[in-house]
Design a protein around this ligand. Sequence first.
Ligand code: AMP
Length: 217
Amino acid sequence: MALRIVLLGPPGAGKGTYASRLMRRLRIPHISTGDMVREEIKAGTPLGRVLKEYSDRGELVPDDIIIGILEERLKKRDCAEGFILDGFPRTIPQAEALDKITGIDYVININVSDEIIVQRLSSRLVCKRCGAIYNRLTLKPKRDMICDICGGELYTREDDKPEVVRERLRVYKVRTKPLIEYYRRRGLLREVYCKDIKADPEVVVDEIISIVKEREL
Ligand code: AMP
């Protein structure tokens, strides 16, 4: 039975960190529209140049563009057994488009305080090569500024700068938060909480796994 999961939550909630660990444990792909946007920007394509304009300012890229990108990705063979969506949907029209493309089994809403979000984003480091996520304070790489997984160089995302973070949080509250109600009404929403910035991410990952395994019991 396919397992189709959406991770919902503000920037800095830990969606990417949890999704990459869930991918390894559940053996279904982690689909991050943010990673796809950054790859397109890195490739320097005409589309990448358009996306950069939005992304660098902390704004959402237009729905039709991101829906097109996601729809193509979901057609790939590796999605047949399910997937973990990280960063999509982010608006009501995106959620409506997703409903037309595929069914969803679980929407996991990750609850974290604004204080943890700001602390996380201001000290987040990302691998230039493989996209793995670290944190200067809580999830340090073994070697300074070097990825444990692939040896790539770590950097600070353009949109993790404080003034851009403020804009991303504002955009989240206005455009993405209404999705909580959208999925609650459909009976798909499950809540998880991250109360301690120093907590091992595996604690939340275990919780999510126990939620999605329920249906097998
Ligand atoms: P993320 O890594 O998920 O924070 O995404 C980084 C940036 O990519 C966002 O700030 C947006 O500019 C863009 N982006 C990623 N996913 C979406 C989406 N579903 N809708 C609109 N823009 C998106």
